[in-house]
Design a protein around this ligand. Structure first.
Ligand SMILES: Cc1ncc(COP(=O)(O)O)c(C=O)c1O
Length: 471
């Protein structure tokens, strides 16, 4: 198996007849190489300006982040944040002895999140920053597993067959968690009647080996919230019937930074007793550049002490909980900057604007004869639609995605997970920066391209079609 994706190989093939990267003669200096090997570290140094120009030119071929409606990840911060980023680029988050102030800021941030997510006693909650939600989910899953193991051992029962229950529409990080940490993944399939994990039939999936249930606030495929209170109510009933006390981890990669501001009355967080831990991506609706996630446990009892390591080799007695050791500290400072800069009201204004734009766009998309809306973007500002059954045999959503790409827009199309793999959807993620006027341009482009496709007299070729990046 190769880890070199075919399209990256093709990219490098297409962009160079030779295996070398050539240097524009304007930039290379006398005596300097005029080409550098593509897949080998060059034998000699280059001048910084030359090396910069090569990397700059390569990166220039990446897409325009503003038009990327496929990603949840932040791509813009203001000038003060950029200044802080430069000043803090060298800080290593794990080195809490050298950077005690950054470490204190990290603690402030996750305590603020514990408070935002209604932990009963935020100062008694525990949390950490991570490199993103994936690492945070791994830690959440590990804490569930370890708590369950302790309880099983204390009861003199076997603890070698843990399972985790979740929707088939979980993000890949949960599949990774189960795979990497030997936990059986039990997927509750989605269907047209149950479009997300809503508690139905849960008793058929959980048993004494269930370490927890994952509930997603903002399903990656569509943006809908899974109803935490309904799932918790079913688990309450299961406990009353069987004695099994199964905790919930809320994967709030996106929604944990939307719901507190846009739907403050929705109980999805530590207000629900069964919720043991919550993660979010600081780099999604936390509005920070890529490289920061968060996890908070309701209280110290929810995080087994034996998952925390203490190291002395950086000086001092350092507790470390994250999976990664060294990682950038700058993003944590940027998160703190935004908490201060925006405050609750600022976050509300940004998220509400995204929500308004998403609902405007979804209402317009709903007017197309060609489309059936899956959801309207009123949970997180993300929505999906599918092609109306019987609308056409001549084109599909992959074709529309390709046509929009020609205009710079990244609007991915992809199949839904089990049991709806035959359904293809197209999705828009509205992030900070997709203004009403930009959205109006997008709609114009969608109209033009749908008209073009509807005008075709014969079917478009479908060979080689594949889902576009969505995460
Ligand atoms: C629901 C959900 N969980 C986890 C993740 C992984 O987050 P990250 O990219 O921060 O690792 C994502 C990413 O889109 C997500 O949507």
């Amino acid at each position: 198996m190769s880890f070199r994706p075919a399209e990256h190989e093709a990219y490098d093939r297409d962009h160079a007849a030779a295996r070398d990267v050539s240097v524009n003669p304007i930039f290379s200096r006398t005596g300097e190489a005029t080409s550098v090997p593509r897949f080998k570290i060059p034998s000699d140094p280059l001048l910084p300006e030359t090396a910069y120009q090569i990397v700059h030119d390569d990166a220039m071929l990446d897409g325009n982040a503003r038009l990327n409606l496929a990603t949840f990840v932040g791509t813009w911060m203001d000038d003060h944040a950029n200044r802080l980023y430069l000043e803090a680029a060298d800080k290593n988050m794990v080195d809490k002895d050298e950077y005690p102030a950054t470490a204190a800021v990290e603690t402030r941030c996750w305590t603020m999140l514990a408070d935002l997510w209604n932990a009963p006693e935020p100062l008694n909650a525990i949390g950490t920053s991570t490199i993103g939600s994936s690492e945070a989910c791994m830690l959440g899953g590990l804490a569930l597993k370890r708590r369950w193991q302790h309880a099983r051992k204390a009861a003199g029962k076997s603890s070698d067959r843990p399972n985790l229950v979740m929707s088939s529409a979980v993000q890949v990080c949960w599949e990774k968690f189960c795979n990497y940490f030997d936990v059986e993944a039990r997927y509750v399939p989605i269907s047209d009647d149950h479009r997300c994990l809503d508690g139905h039939d849960l008793d058929k999936y959980v048993d004494e080996n269930t370490i927890g249930v994952v509930v997603i606030m903002g399903v990656t495929y569509t943006g809908v919230y899974e109803p935490v209170t309904e799932v918790a109510a079913v688990l309450d009933q299961i406990q009353a019937d069987t004695g099994l006390d199964i905790p919930i981890h809320v994967d709030g990669a996106s929604g944990a930074m939307i719901a507190p501001f846009v739907q403050p009355d929705l109980a999805w967080d530590f207000r629900v007793d069964r919720v043991a831990s919550i993660n979010t991506s600081g780099h999604k609706y936390g509005l920070v550049y890529p490289g920061v996630g968060w996890i908070v446990w309701r209280d110290t009892a929810a995080l087994p002490e034996d998952l925390v390591f203490r190291v002395s080799y950086l000086g001092g007695d350092m507790p470390t909980l994250a999976i990664n050791f060294s990682r950038p500290g700058a993003q944590v400072l940027l998160q703190y900057y935004l908490f201060l800069r925006l405050g609750w009201e600022g976050y509300r204004a940004v998220q509400q604007t995204c929500s308004d734009v998403a609902q405007y766009l979804s209402a317009e998309i709903a007017k197309f004869d060609a489309f059936d809306l899956w959801n309207d973007g009123s949970d997180i500002p993300v929505f999906a639609w599918r092609l109306k059954e019987g609308h056409t045999e001549n084109w599909n959503l992959y074709h529309l995605s390709d046509r929009l790409r020609m205009k710079g827009w990244l609007v991915p199309a992809y199949p839904m997970p089990a049991d709806l793999v035959d359904v293809t959807v197209q999705r828009i993620v509205v992030r900070n920066g997709l203004s009403h006027s930009l959205a109006a341009h997008l709609l114009e482009d969608i109209k033009t391209e749908v008209e073009y496709l509807d005008g075709l007299e014969s079917p478009m070729p479908t060979s080689g079609q594949h889902p576009t990046f969505h995460h």
